[in-house]
Design a protein around this ligand. Structure first.
Ligand code: NAP
Length: 187
């Protein structure tokens, strides 16, 4: 089965983006992002596509979601429906021998795909930056497969924790089931 994996970095206050860009400089996490997604289809919203410093992301099939029928993304495939993008991502993964499809943002697309996801590669960034793209992940039905604390490197603004989560069977006692997205700027 081809897994659907969300690859996301979230600050302590739920912020994931500011004014169409990442609200931090974390070179070590970008290297991890590259390693986690290389060779796999990467699925993203139009705003995330436009935020990429280098487009398309090399070595990966880039799939972009937009409601704009005339949108052109050079080097990427454009979709107007999430289901169509997911189906294409799975077909590309299957054809290329990849074992997963990666959702790489932003907040709108994470929120839409979280209910369908099998796995989350989550970087918890030890910062509380200002930002207008937020993701409040409900992890009550998820279990850690691994956790790795990463110390701040010379090109990092903060230290961070990398968690790999898969769906668990039972929620922990006291955990709430609620998913919330507050993204003033993106709608
Ligand atoms: N921290 C992280 O890990 C991370 C990762 C990625 C991005 N980010 C940050 O997140 C921010 C961008 O996130 P965002 O939520 O504003 O935007 P986004 O999810 O990247 O893109 C939103 C756009 O996707 C399209 N879209 C969304 N749902 C759709 C649907 N159901 N059908 C068709 N099209 C749909 C729309 O494009 P149109 O408007 O063209 O119709 C919408 O405006 C940036 O600041 C970026 O740097 C952070």
């Amino acid at each position: 089965m081809i897994k659907l994996t969300l690859v996301v970095a979230v600050a302590k206050n739920g912020v994931i983006g500011r004014d169409g860009a990442l609200p931090w400089r974390l070179s070590s996490d970008l290297k991890r992002f590259k390693a986690a997604t290389m060779g796999k289809p990467v699925l993203m919203g139009r705003k995330t596509w436009e935020s990429l410093p280098k487009r398309p992301l090399p070595g990966r099939a880039n799939l972009v979601l937009t409601r704009d029928a005339s949108f052109v993304a050079e080097g990427a495939r454009v979709f107007s429906s999430l289901d169509a993008m997911l189906a294409a991502g799975r077909a590309i993964a299957q054809a290329s021998g990849a074992d997963e499809v990666c959702v790489i943002g932003g907040a709108q697309v994470y929120e839409a795909t979280l209910p369908l996801a099998d796995r989350i590669v989550l970087t918890e960034v030890n910062l509380e930056p200002e930002g207008n793209a937020r993701l409040d992940l409900d992890l009550s039905r998820w279990r850690d497969v691994s956790r790795e604390a990463v110390a701040r490197g010379p090109n990092d603004e903060a230290d961070f924790l990398v968690r790999v989560l898969e769906r668990g069977l039972l929620p922990r006692e006291g955990e709430k089931v609620s998913a919330k997205l507050a993204d003033e700027g993106a709608r």
